[in-house]
Design a binder for this molecule. Sequence first.
Ligand code: ARG
Length: 614
Amino acid sequence: MPSTSAPPTLLQALTAICTRALEASFPGISCAIHVAPSTKGAHYQNNTAMPLFKALKDAGRSAEAASPKAVAEKLAAQMTACDTDGLLARCEVAGPGFINIFVAPAYLESTVNSILRHGPMPPPCAPKRVVVDFSSPNVAKEMHVGHLRSTIIGDTISRLLEFCGHRVDRVNHVGDWGTQFGMLIGHLKNVFPDYATKPPPIGDLQQFYKDAKKVFDDDEAFKKVAHAEVPCPRQAGDADSRFAWRQICEVSRREFEKVYSRLQVELEEVGESFYNEYIPPVIRHLTEIGVAHDSDGAMVLFPPGTKHEQPLIVRKSDGGFGYDSTDMAAVWYRLLELQADWLVYVTDAGQSQHFELIFAAARQAGWVGDKRLDHCPFGLVCGDDGKKFKTRSGDATRLVDRLLDGASRSLLGTSLWDADVAAGKLEPYTDEELLETARVMGYGAVKYADLKGGRVNDYIFSYERMLDDKGGADRPLTARSPRRRERNTAVYLLYAGARLSSIQRKAAATSGASAAELVASGAGVALSMPTELELALALARFGETVEFTTQTLLPNKLCEYVHDVCVKFTAFYLECKVIEEDAVNQSRLLLVRAAQLVIKKANELLGIGYVDKV
Ligand code: ARG
C-alpha cells in the first residue's frame, strides 16, 4: 500500500486516468496500461491501444472496435471524461493508435506552486527497511577506484531511498577477516613485539601486507604460526591476537574514514568478521534443509536456476570459511534477523555470478519470499588509456586529495575572473567561498562524471577531463563562457544553479521582496510562454524521475533529468525576462525559485553540492 503522505506523481496520475478510461470504455477487459513520456512533441504518450485491441480479439470481443485506431479513439474520449482533476489539456490519437497526451497549464501551475510551498516531493511509497551494502573495501589492502565508485553509487542510491521514506542501513561490508589475517597478526607480533603497549607504526599498511606475505611464502615455520591465528578473533583466539587484529583494522579504518569524510558519505561498518559466528549455524541449517551438500569434505551449494558450473563453497575442505560463507551468513542475517525487505549490493560487475548464486541459494532456502534482492553491478574504472585504472600511489585518500587540489588550482588560477570582478560584472569571492566552491566543484565533477555515464558501463577516470576541461588555453574551470554551457558536467549544473540564485538576489534587490517572501504571502505562478511551460513540465516530472531512478537503481536517470531541467531553464531564460526595466516579473521569479529548489534537491540526491555563485 502506498503511503498517503505524498501526492501521486504526474505519471501515476495520468496512468490512473487511463486505467479509469479503460474500465469505462471496455468493461471487464484486462490489459496493462502503458503511459510514458513522449519523445515526439507531446508531453506523454498512452500506448495501450495496440495490446488492448489484441486483448479484445483474444476475448472474442472484436466487435467492440474495428482497429487499434478505433480502440484509441474510444479510449482517448473516455480519458477526457475521466479527467476529474483537470490534468489534461487534450488527448490526440496519432498514427496507428497512439494517444498523445498534453498536460493542462493550470495543472502545471498548481504543481509549481506546490513545489514552492512544500519543496519537491518524493513519490508516494510504502516504507521498507533496505540494506545497502556498498563501498566495502578490504583491511590492509588498497582502497581502489572501484571502491570509490561503489561509495559514490551506493551513497546516491541510499540518498534516494531515504528521500522516498525508506529506512536505510548503509552497510560497509569491510573485508576485515579471512585467512590473510593470520599472516598479518603473526607478522605484527614479530615486527612490533610491543604492539600491545604502543600503537604499531604501520603507516603504510599495504607495504606491511606485502612484507607479511613475503615472510609467509618463504618461511614454513611462520606459515604454521599464521594458520594457528586464523580463527576469527572477534570471538575466538587469544586476547593478544584479538588486540593485534583490532590494531590492524583501526589503521585501515582511519584511512577509509578520511575518504568518507571528504566525500561526505555516511556508512556504518559491519565487517565480514561480524557474520563469523553465524556461519556454522547457517551451514547447519542449510544442510538440514538439503540445500548444502558435502563434496569431498567441503560444503557446497548448487542453487537451482543458475547457469554456473561453479558452486558456492560455504565451507572449504580444510574447514575454513571464505567469501561465500560470509555472504551466505550475511544474507541470512539481513533477511531474517534484521527483517530487511530489500537488499542492495553495490560492487563491480565481476561479482555478478557470486551474487546470482547467493540470491538463488537464499531463495532455495526459503528466506526471500516476496522481498527484493538486487546486485547493482558497475563497470570497470579505466584510465585515460582505456585500461583498468591503476592508482600510481595506490591510495584512495591521495586520489581524493588530488581532486580537491585540482579543483582549487583551477579556481584560484583564473585571472579572467579578476577582470570581471573589477568591471563590476561579478560579485567578488571571499577566500572561504572560493575554497567551498572548489570543494563542491571538485567532488561534484567526479561524482557526476561517474554517475551520469550509466552504472553498468565502464568509465574513464581522468582528473584532467573532469577538472581541467578547458577547451581554450586559459579558460577557467567554471568559465562563464557560453561554449561550456551545454556540456553535461557537474560544472554546468552548478553553473545553472548559481545563475538561479543570482537572478533571485538581483530581483530581491530590485523589488525589495524575496521569492520566499512572495511565496509566504500566497503568490503563485501564471504561465503562458512555451519555454515557461516546458520548464514547469520538467519540474513536474521530478517525482516520477525519483520513482524510476529508485526502482531501477540507475542514478544516471536522475543525472539526465537534472541536466534536462538546466537545459529547459536556459531556454526559458533566453526567452523570458525576469527583470525588465527595474520591474520584477513575479511569476517568472517564482518559477526560477521552483527550478532552484528542484535542482538543489536533485543535486543533493546525487551527492553533489550547490553553490550560490560561480
Ligand atoms: N570487499 C569486497 C571487495 O573488495 C566487496 C564486498 C561487497 N559486499 C559483499 N557483501 N560481498 O570486492
